[in-house]
Design a protein around this ligand. Sequence first.
Ligand code: ASP
Ligand code: MG
Length: 486
Amino acid sequence: MKRFLAVMKFGGTSVGDAACISRAAEILAAASRKGCVVAVVSAMSGVTNKLIASAVKAETGDRDAGQTLADALREQHVTALDALVHSREKRDSISRKISDVLAEAQRLCEGTALLRELTPRTLDSISSIGERLSAPLVAGALAELGVSTRSIEATDLIVTDSHHGSAEPLAEQTRERSEALLRPLLQKEVVPVITGFIGSTADGVLTTLGRGGSDYSATILGAALKADEVIIWTDVDGVLTADPRLVPEARTIPEISYREAAELAYFGAKVLHPKTLRAVTEAGIPVWIRNSFRTENLGTKITPEGGSDGFGVKALTAMSDVALISLGGPGIVGVPDVVGRTFSTTAAVRANVLLISQSSSQNDICFIVSSADTNRTVQALRDEFSQDLVDQAVEHITLDREIAIVAVVGQNMRGSPGVAGRTFSALGRENVNIIAIAQGSSESNISFVVARKDMKSALEAAHREFGLGLAERHSSNPAPQGIAAT
Ligand code: ASP
Ligand code: MG
């Protein structure tokens, strides 16, 4: 009989120190008693940032950056190792592995310092060090609990294109390698502990999947192995109805659809890497988000349909690190190329446009970009429209940084009239002025722009309006099959 297979990913905070790693190992050991388990691990929290900072420092010519980095990481990982693994022999073997990986990191930084050049390929190799250090530690801790395990680098499993810094997996080749390497281990009830975040091109050059990419690694491997479920263990209780720092009544959503979760990830709810669900969409594998520090909570289950409740509003999200750019004047009415030129310009400077709104009178188009993209976007627009500004065909290009986007998300809002009306009436009662509105025709998201000072009241008002904080909306969820009793 085919045994239940779960892929479990542990984020940086869930493997942040020895205590966290033993907790992760306990979760894996419990799951391995009930079925097959594949573990995917992030770097210990903060490590990837340190690696990147050292690489950047080395690029300035700092020859000591590599040594300083290796010393700090050795201290951190060996401290955890000593606390986790008691047999001398096993400790020595993991410690040798740690030294080898750190020696490589040091050489990469020294080479970078010598050349004063940091290529995307080298940056990937340096960034990958954290996962290559944490996987042997997690495997070591798991072995302490009597589980047979093996630590494996995902460069042997996940085949990607050569887009360094955000490589895309090649599904078929990844499936073949995963089957060949992992299936025999699973049949022998071995728990593979795999580095998240990294892969390699078909000819063996290391790549990374992008910051936070270990979530994606987990679903890529889940899909490759046709797993029954993927569980993302993190430090929050799943996907919440809103950011609890802004809306204290926020609650965990028991079930949400792929699409809704992706929508939330896009709008800055940082629970999931935005690409995570792509890998499992076709196979429809459920993905759980759970808190490794509070295993009694079931967290959120992400499924193709997402269950339904109430008016279909599932969650609210907000982004404040953004700015509103508007371009307009009566002169743009009926000038067909203004919109085209505007967005060719944003594309040329690679600004990520988060929301667009244009009134049908065409007096004004406004759109939102993230704060980091603002200056170069405005500059490029002023250049593009310089003649039109002189001729006053375009009267203004203005910028407002004191704004926020709030989005109401839920795929079943589609065809459920009144959601927009209720949202805006609720905001009206709180005296929140709406600067711009956008709803895509998919209707799974209504986004609007408010002054940044109004963001919190807008979120609270909409949260209350749709009863998102009410316990009865959140009926209980069946436990993940593989881990019902953790
Ligand atoms: N360690 C990588 C990062 O910090 C990948 C991950 O944690 O998902 O971005
Ligand atoms: Mg992370």
